[in-house]
Design a binder for this molecule. Structure first.
Ligand code: NAD
Length: 491
């Protein structure tokens, strides 16, 4: 049935097939982290670029752990339906840029071969913030991270990002093959330099002669990536069936908006992503900061507070006037911490974000956004709070968001029902909070988690007092009432 995805003439008229013949284009990219976001973002830019300018730039998609993505895509020759949704409605197209879908436990040799192949000129990644094993206090490897620990022990049989990339770069150098460009597309600040620092530190510990090569000869362009892409659910597959008339196990849905800002540093070339709408700049950092603090910071705040006040989806949160007021306050406070960007109107950006969050056709769960919060809090909320503190700006919006996370970290609703935090530090948080009762003790305990809170906030009595006051209200009054009061007290 899904074979019809390969036959453009058999698709309904309103479903666009790839505008090129996929099999005519060889692979040039290995992408690690074959999740929803890659399929809605980089794979789509590549699909458009192939249609406009061709080239051997198809993607070998790799999952390091779960066989699910490869299991869905492989039987469909890598083809899948992308559903794009905005206020006006939905449309579907078939994406043809994924040449192969592999899973490390099952396809190890093919993946290693692809990583050392001269044809591979870019290795891109979306393995989530926690996938890398970065020690946020040093920028080097976190030796307690399971994949880092395994790869430090047996670097010749790598299973994680750092181990695989360092192994592959060493093989390529030994064979006289130029290094690939490493393109991190996860929501991490200065994601290119951050990944370079991680790999250099990993190499120093396992293959010191390659560390300098990675530091000086491998390109790690930074990126800012933006396209709100919820985890797929049964409705996605039903919508794909309705729109295409086909069973498509790999279908994905996303918003119509998309943005990709990339540092222009690709020594071995790249697809014509600019023709597909990507923006190439010399310095991505200001765009990245804008997106992390305004979109992602507000998303996290509304996810914790929305989830705890009974809102399953972001679109439901956007129907609650009190939460919308606090979202507006957060967007404004985050914008005030940003440097001016030429041609960017932060007020208009905030308005556009509020509209995107309210998209009624997108089922984005607050619980999904709340996942892995300890990996997200520093760059999304706390970095902005530190800059606000230094500039003498009000801290309340960031204190409120932080209290929201701390309330969420208690892992129980107001009625006592428990939920899993789905955070790599879940056990550590539960143990730290096990005999802690008052808001002040909770704030003190969570602020002391290694590598999360900057010292300057921990030492700020005013900050601690504001977080404690909000958290106390959230616990004593319940989330709904605490949100209502906060919104009515804010300008
Ligand atoms: P997803 O859950 O669909 O996919 C995550 C991918 O990462 C999977 O391939 C998974 O196997 C892999 N992964 C997860 N934990 C890992 C680990 N510990 N080690 C190795 N691999 C691991 O999520 P997604 O929607 O594709 O989002 C992935 C990332 O993309 C986000 O964390 C974020 O950094 C970035 N991003 C997502 C969105 C979005 O709206 N979904 C938007 C912008 C950026």
């Amino acid at each position: 049935m899904t074979d019809r995805l390969s036959h453009p003439d058999q698709l309904p008229e309103n479903v666009a097939p790839p505008s090129y013949t996929p099999a005519d284009h060889g692979p040039g990219i290995v992408h690690i982290g074959l999740g929803a976001f890659h399929k809605a973002h980089q794979a789509v830019y590549t699909d458009t670029a192939l249609g406009l300018h061709g080239g051997d730039w198809r993607i070998i998609g790799v999952s390091l752990r779960s066989p699910e993505a490869a299991g869905e895509l492989a039987p469909q020759n890598g083809l899948y339906t992308l559903i794009e949704r905005d206020m006006q409605g939905s449309s579907a197209r078939v994406i043809g840029s994924i040449a192969a879908a592999l899973c490390l436990p099952d396809d190890r040799q093919s993946i290693l071969d692809a990583l050392v192949s001269p044809a591979t000129r870019i290795v891109s990644l979306t393995v989530t913030e926690k996938g890398y094993g970065i020690d946020r206090t040093t920028g080097g490897v976190d030796i307690t991270h399971p994949a880092i620990a395994a790869d430090l022990a047996t670097p010749e049989a790598p299973i994680g990002v750092a181990g695989l990339l360092v192994w592959a770069l060493a093989q390529r150098r030994a064979q006289g093959t130029p290094p690939f460009t490493v393109l991190c597309c996860d929501n991490l600040p200065e994601n290119g330099p951050m990944l370079r620092e991680l790999l250099v530190d990993f190499a120093r510990r396992t293959a010191p002669d390659i560390a300098e090569h990675i530091a000086t000869e491998v390109a790690f362009p930074a990126t800012m990536v933006d396209r709100i892409t919820p985890a797929r659910n049964a409705d996605t597959l039903a919508a794909a069936r309705e729109m295409t008339g086909l069973e498509d196990a790999a279908a994905i849905e996303t918003e119509r908006f998309t943005q990709w800002v990339i540092e222009d540093h690709f020594p071995k070339g790249r697809p014509a992503w600019d023709a597909a709408g990507a923006i190439f700049v010399q310095d991505v950092a200001p765009f990245e900061m804008m997106k992390l603090r305004m979109l992602n910071g507000t998303h996290s705040m509304l996810a914790w507070c929305g989830f705890l006040s009974g809102h399953r989806y972001v679109r439901d949160v956007m129907r609650n006037a009190a939460l919308v007021g606090l979202i507006r306050r957060h967007l404004h406070a985050a914008a005030a911490t940003l440097p001016a960007l030429p041609d960017v109107d932060l007020g208009a950006y905030a308005d556009a974000l509020a509209t995107r969050f309210a998209n009624p056709h997108l089922a984005h769960e607050t619980y999904q956004i709340a996942m892995d919060s300890t990996e997200k809090l520093p760059q999304r909320i706390l970095a902005a709070a530190v800059d606000a503190q230094a500039a003498g700006l009000p801290l309340r919006a960031f204190a409120f968001a932080t209290a929201g996370w701390m309330r969420y970290a208690l892992a129980r609703h107001d009625n006592g029902d428990e939920y899993g935090l789905r955070d790599p530090r879940e056990a550590e948080i539960a143990a730290a909070l096990s005999d802690v009762e008052s808001a002040a003790e909770i704030v003190k305990t969570l602020s002391a988690l290694p590598g999360v809170f900057p010292e300057t906030l921990r030492q700020d009595a005013q900050w601690q007092a504001e977080v404690t006051e909000v958290l106390d209200a959230m616990i004593a009054l319940g989330m709904k009432e605490a949100i209502r009061r906060e919104a009515s007290a804010s300008p």
